[in-house]
Design a protein around this ligand. Sequence first.
Ligand SMILES: C[S@@+](CC[C@H](N)C(=O)[O-])C[C@H]1O[C@@H](n2cnc3c(N)ncnc32)[C@H](O)[C@@H]1O
Length: 405
Amino acid sequence: MNLFNRVESKVAPKIPHIIKYMGSKRNIIDFVVDAIDELYLGEDQYMYDMFAGSSIVCGSFRNLMNVSCNDIQNYSKIVGGVYLNNYNWDLLPSDVIEKFFDDVEDRVDEFKKVNKFESIDYNNFSSFEDVLKLELDQRNLREKLFNNNFDHLFAKYFSGTYWSYEQCVWIDAIASVIRKEKYSTKFLFDLVNGALMFSMAYCSQSTGHYAQYRDLKPDNFKDVLIYRRKELFPIFKKKVRTLKEYYNGENNHDLRHEFTSLDYRDALKNVRKRSIIYADPPYQFVHYSRFYHALETLVKYDYPELKYKGRYRTDRHQSPFCIKTQVPKAFKSLFEGANYSNSSIVLSYSNSGMITLEQILDIAKSELKGYLITTEEIDYKHSTMGRQGDKHRDVKEVLIIGSKM
Ligand SMILES: C[S@@+](CC[C@H](N)C(=O)[O-])C[C@H]1O[C@@H](n2cnc3c(N)ncnc32)[C@H](O)[C@@H]1O
């Protein structure tokens, strides 16, 4: 049975952009979705996106089948919510969004009254040296005592790094106001946080992830200033309005979607019988938790202990798919888990990953008894998410498909 035959074209729905994500399947979404679609058995079946990341794959199934969205990182669940929630706007006052924006502005005004640190006007400065000094002053806010009546996590921990102090004050205000009880409806919470993640990426002076911010130097000064001059709040407001318009009145109440933040080995224990598992684990040795720690901190908002220049959380997750000696066992557990629930599985990987495709196929054949195992491949340019030099690498994206017979 083919789900996408039910819509006019086979092209997966164009889904709003929320986070720039390393390894996102957005550019090859039809390739992936078609393979999952081929395994579809009928209405009650679930599709488990085990390593959902930007949630673009599970989000493509919003109105087509039951979806379980999982990733070890909590922000992924929020983005998944934006794509998969039912939006019951009628339950909320018609001006809820405008009221929310007003509350954020009030919150910023109050914050600035009690925390007397001057924002830099990046449109009006005298020299590179002056700006450098002011930026270093912002970074030192980490040592400053803030008034505890106001949430200040980003202002304290991230000013003068990925974002300016002024941008951080707005991030804190939005994150704080959305946690108020009157705005606690899940779909609103997810939508606002999704829009905030989007606007944070637009204003960040790093390369779309948060592994490292750029030190200010005479040769990158002008480029960094472009980001420092961006006003976060108007970008955020525009995104909220766009998302609200997009998700207005196209709910499918008959479908049941769920969201978890589990290690895939735990999530696999709860998979319903004869489901479809889509698995897109990390391909490289770099841990996602290092690149997206700031998003994790945003959604947890827990004032974590931070370390290193990039200001990473110390409780960052280390994935077995990124540790050479643990990768074969990690794949073994994945296939074992699929077999345990008699589920079909579609695995994404590339020919430049941590182990070879032949090795993965050998593991799949020994774990998936009574399965038909096939492969499909497509040429692809992997983004390295760098600002200079080698921005793309030519690779083959491969799907290893285990269909339960
Ligand atoms: C290649 S990305 C997934 C990209 C996603 N399919 C997309 O299109 O955006 C891999 C994901 O695996 C997640 N991950 C890594 N180790 C995990 C684990 N042990 N359990 C669950 N998720 C894990 C990472 O947080 C990351 O989001």
